[in-house]
Design a protein around this ligand. Structure first.
Ligand SMILES: Nc1ncnc2c1ncn2[C@@H]1O[C@H](COP(=O)(O)OP(=O)(O)OP(=O)(O)O)[C@@H](O)[C@H]1O
Ligand SMILES: [Mg+2]
Length: 228
């Protein structure tokens, strides 16, 4: 389904020294249809960078990203945007996904508007369906992000990620900002949605216990490499 082959990413760090960091170093990874793969590793080991490369939010310096048989590293512009509709990120901080100046309704509807996928009444139906699917209510739609609790906010982020019916989602520590009971309910929601909608997940976490609960398979990352 999605596959990374020989991925490598080097960041230049240090304004004066010209030092470089090899954030991802020769990674091969493959995630099948409807599979959850957990990616576990210490801070700075390259997990988020690898997740963002698979979504082509970061271009790799070397290697290929293959989604449904198509090499995404060869695509640009509109072609890439069209395929990227089928891939989404659920980031650690909701503010990376939701604009604080927008009502929740508009954040969830925005992907539909960008891609001009439906008229106003179809849009309203779709947004209502999504907000219910993540366990929120119609009343949450008129609120701003700061008017929601952490768990509600993460549910709204999930609703937005689902808007375009993705096949692959990178969950980048989606619950690490939440308290334990909220964490459990969000994890349950993500697992339920996966079963219902038949998506694949790359689930990034520091927490090996959590990885064991959610994943079909666990990959360990260390210093930019997959080590097990
Ligand atoms: N845009 C960037 N520019 C320079 N260096 C970067 C950039 N993004 C990441 N890095 C560096 O690349 C390495 C890997 O970072 P990454 O964010 O992928 O790690 P991570 O495993 O997700 O860590 P965490 O668990 O703390 O989120 C780190 O040393 C980081 O400082
Ligand atoms: Mg990270």
């Amino acid at each position: 389904m999605i596959e990374g082959v020989g991925l490598r990413k080097i960041f230049k760090s240090g304004i004066f020294s010209g030092k470089t960091i090899i954030a991802v170093d020769g990674v091969n990874i493959k995630i099948e249809e409807e599979e959850t793969v957990a990616l576990v590793g210490e801070s700075g080991s390259g997990k988020s960078t690898l997740g963002r490369i698979l979504l082509m939010l970061i271009r790799p310096d070397e290697g290929r990203v293959i989604f449904d048989g198509i090499d995404l590293t060869k695509l640009r512009g509109r072609e890439l945007r069209k395929i990227r509709m089928k891939m989404q990120l659920i980031p650690q901080h909701p503010d990376e996904a939701l604009d604080p100046r927008w009502r929740i309704y508009d954040s969830i509807a925005e992907p539909l508007r960008i891609h001009k996928l439906c008229n106003r009444s179809e849009e309203e139906d779709k947004v209502l369906e999504l907000i219910r699917a993540v366990g929120l209510k119609e009343e949450h739609l008129s609120r701003y992000p700061y008017e929601l609790s952490g768990g509600e906010l993460q549910r709204a982020v999930i609703a937005r990620a689902l808007t375009l019916n993705p096949k692959f989602i990178v969950c980048d520590e989606p619950t690490s900002m939440l308290d334990l009971s909220t964490q459990a309910s969000i994890v349950r929601l993500l697992m339920d949605l996966q079963r219902k909608l038949g998506m694949s997940y790359l689930f990034i976490t520091h927490d090996l216990e959590l990885a064991r609960v959610v994943a079909d398979r666990i990959l360990i990352m260390k210093d930019g490499r997959l080590v097990g």
